[in-house]
Design a protein around this ligand. Structure first.
Ligand code: BDR
Ligand code: CA
Length: 341
């Protein structure tokens, strides 16, 4: 058994005192579950995939969704990333649009091609299917029927998973741990003042997922923004490295992310966003502070649409979500460094 000390953070100092002091879970059990990566194919999605492969937790399958770029480009980006890695994983193409609202994208952040112009392989691989939702449904239903569980790492809008839960709610029993990069813990968003991109891109889908009673680890935007290394530290990781297709690709992704962050006035730093969620999946002990909470999504039009309401009091319902507050940065950076060659 591995112990997680759950620091109460600001909530404990407020005297609220409603959080369990220690959480324990069986890491060995978690690590044996199959893993599906659900992704919207952006720059940090590619980096997260590279970390999973290098970190010994390569996904058994990948599902794609619209998000950072459109569905087709997201699928292309993930297939090209796998080609660069020379690693075969079945990729199933998923949702092209949100449940209710019009599609948005983040091409302004990830570049028109979603990978910041990183050099691609000449040959284009094909997806395993064009129906990620049916793939997920069948996979999770089979796992549930066999008393097994499949872990999911979701680093894009939650549309695919919501569609599965809506079509066949019993599939929830086939989901082990669902790790989500998305939302905010203190209401400080990156798309709007209140909302983070992955949730804002399909709030109705996110609400379906958060209300399904799943075992969720949430990696919110503010935690990602607070886990970064200086740009020169990234240069050091590449220093002396042989130039390969992988290292050229990784360098282009990292340089693009640094340029974008600097362009927003945050200086030359490299933030761990989707890669932070990947790191927690590779090694759960990297999480050093987690906040148990119920999470709901604001759906009303206006200022707070797409905002995650994080409730450690449990008044919104059972506290089935553990919100990542702090992770061991040097270990996260170490896993990132191993994925660059
Ligand atoms: C999230 O949105 C995307 O731009 C990133 O890939 C990440 O998943 C950050 O809000
Ligand atoms: Ca993403």
């Amino acid at each position: 058994m591995v112990g997680w000390v759950v620091d109460l953070g600001d909530d404990s100092r407020s005297g609220a005192g409603y959080l369990a002091p220690v959480e324990r879970f069986n890491q060995a059990t978690r690590m044996t579950n199959r893993l599906i990566l659900d992704t919207d194919g952006g720059v940090d999605d590619a980096q997260a995939l590279m970390m999973l492969v290098a970190g010994g937790r390569a996904p058994d399958a990948i599902t794609t969704t619209f998000g950072n770029v459109g569905r087709a480009q997201a699928t292309r980006n993930i297939l090209d990333t796998l080609s660069v890695l020379n690693h075969g994983i079945p990729v199933h193409e998923g949702a092209s649009r949100p449940l209710v609202q019009p599609v948005i994208d983040a091409a302004a952040i990830h570049g028109a091609d979603g990978l910041g112009g990183a050099p691609r392989p000449a040959a284009a691989a094909a997806p395993a299917s064009a129906d990620a939702v049916e793939f997920l449904r069948a996979c999770l239903a089979e796992a549930a029927a066999q008393g097994q569980a499949v872990d999911i790492l979701a680093i894009g809008p939650l549309t695919n998973i919501a569609l599965v839960l809506r079509a066949d709610p019993a599939c929830a029993a086939g989901i082990g741990q669902l790790t989500i990069m998305g939302g905010t813990v203190n209401g400080r968003g990156n798309v709007t003042p209140a909302a983070e991109f992955n949730i804002y891109a399909d709030p109705e889908a996110a609400e379906i997922v958060f209300s399904a009673g799943l075992d969720i680890v949430l990696v919110p935007w503010e935690t990602c923004a607070a886990h970064f290394v200086d740009g020169p530290a990234v240069d050091d990781l590449f220093a002396g490295m042989d130039e390969t297709d992988v290292s050229r690709f990784a360098r282009a992704l990292a340089d693009h992310a640094r340029r974008v962050t600097a362009g927003y006035g945050h200086g030359d730093i490299f933030r761990f966003v989707d890669p932070l969620a990947a790191a927690v999946v590779i090694d759960p002990a990297i999480a050093t502070e987690m906040l148990p909470a119920a999470v709901s999504v604001a759906l009303a039009p206006g200022l707070t649409r797409g905002m995650t309401v994080v409730d450690p009091s449990g008044r919104l319902g059972p506290k089935t979500v553990r919100v990542l507050i702090k992770a061991d940065l040097s270990q996260v950076a170490g896993l990132f460094g191993r994925s660059l060659r």
